[in-house]
Ligand binder design. Structure first.
Ligand SMILES: C[S@@+](CC[C@H](N)C(=O)[O-])C[C@H]1O[C@@H](n2cnc3c(N)ncnc32)[C@H](O)[C@@H]1O
Length: 247
């Protein structure tokens, strides 16, 4: 319970800081050029649910920045990060802004995602994540693997991944993609019934030491009291978030 309160506090701090800091990130982007994509794809997949919503770059970049701040990426040593199902590439862009090396994976079927990743100079590789299929050898090992607003688990269908599929994926990540002290951070979309995971999957995540909050599952994250972590952030001190912990 205490860690959930701490997590909430850390999230609030990250949220507020992201709203102040997003302007700095946007200044590093040629927004005149970006307007070209806003015009081209404005009606491609209408708001509020379609992917054209990501063209509203300020709130979406701020959302990704919030995650990066929450993960301590603004203060950490340069890390190697893998972002799965990256979409527009905003999260990798924020990571690169803070000096990290990022590889992103996604399908290549949505022209807007292809164009924006190219525009933001994201090292995005085309790959379809499928159940019980290992990820490809990407030529390096990662300190952090992220996936936000996950869709590859088919959350929108009756074929949604259950514990066995997630166990396969996480073991593949740990064995073949992560560095020894690596961290995995997952942000789930709601399933058809409105939940993010069933009891069995939740128990599995807990059994491997994950910290779970709402739709987020943090595996190998910092073990220090989150309260201390919030203080570290406020004081600008480098804390354990800066160096991912072992499982
Ligand atoms: C809801 S978007 C989220 C994008 C990004 N992670 C974010 O938070 O803004 C889901 C992304 O997952 C990608 N995706 C869906 N199914 C996938 C699969 N089987 N393998 C790889 N990527 C997939 C989509 O192309 C899309 O970019």
């Amino acid at each position: 319970m205490r860690h959930i309160r701490g997590k909430k506090a850390l999230r609030v701090v990250s949220f507020l800081r992201s709203r102040f800091k997003v302007g700095h990130i946007l200044k590093s982007i040629d927004l005149d050029q970006f307007q070209k994509y806003q015009r081209r794809y404005d009606d491609a997949d209408p708001r509020p649910h379609g992917y054209s919503k990501y063209l509203d770059i300020r709130p979406w970049m701020a959302d990704k920045l919030m995650h990066a701040l929450y993960l301590g990426l603004d203060k950490s040593r340069p890390m190697k990060i893998l972002d799965i199902g990256t979409g527009t590439g905003y999260f990798p862009y924020v990571c690169k802004y803070f000096g990290h090396e990022v590889v992103a994976l996604d399908l290549d079927v949505v022209p807007m995602y292809n164009d924006l990743c190219e525009f933001l100079e994201i090292d995005r590789r085309t790959w379809r994540v499928e159940k019980y299929q290992k990820l490809p050898d990407l030529g390096l090992r990662f300190d952090l693997v992220t996936a936000f607003m996950i869709k590859f688990n088919q959350h929108y269908s009756k074929e949604q991944w259950a514990t066995a599929e997630w166990r396969f994926m996480l073991e593949d990540l740990r064995t073949n993609q992560l560095n020894p002290n690596g961290r995995i951070f997952l942000g789930f979309n709601a399933n058809l019934d409105g939940s993010f995971y069933d009891d069995e999957l939740r128990r599995y995540f807990e059994s491997i030491g994950a910290r779970i909050w709402h739709n987020e599952v943090d595996i190998g994250g910092p073990k220090q009291s989150v309260l201390f972590d919030v203080c570290d952030r406020l004081l600008g001190v480098e804390g354990p978030n800066s160096h991912p912990n072992p499982y």
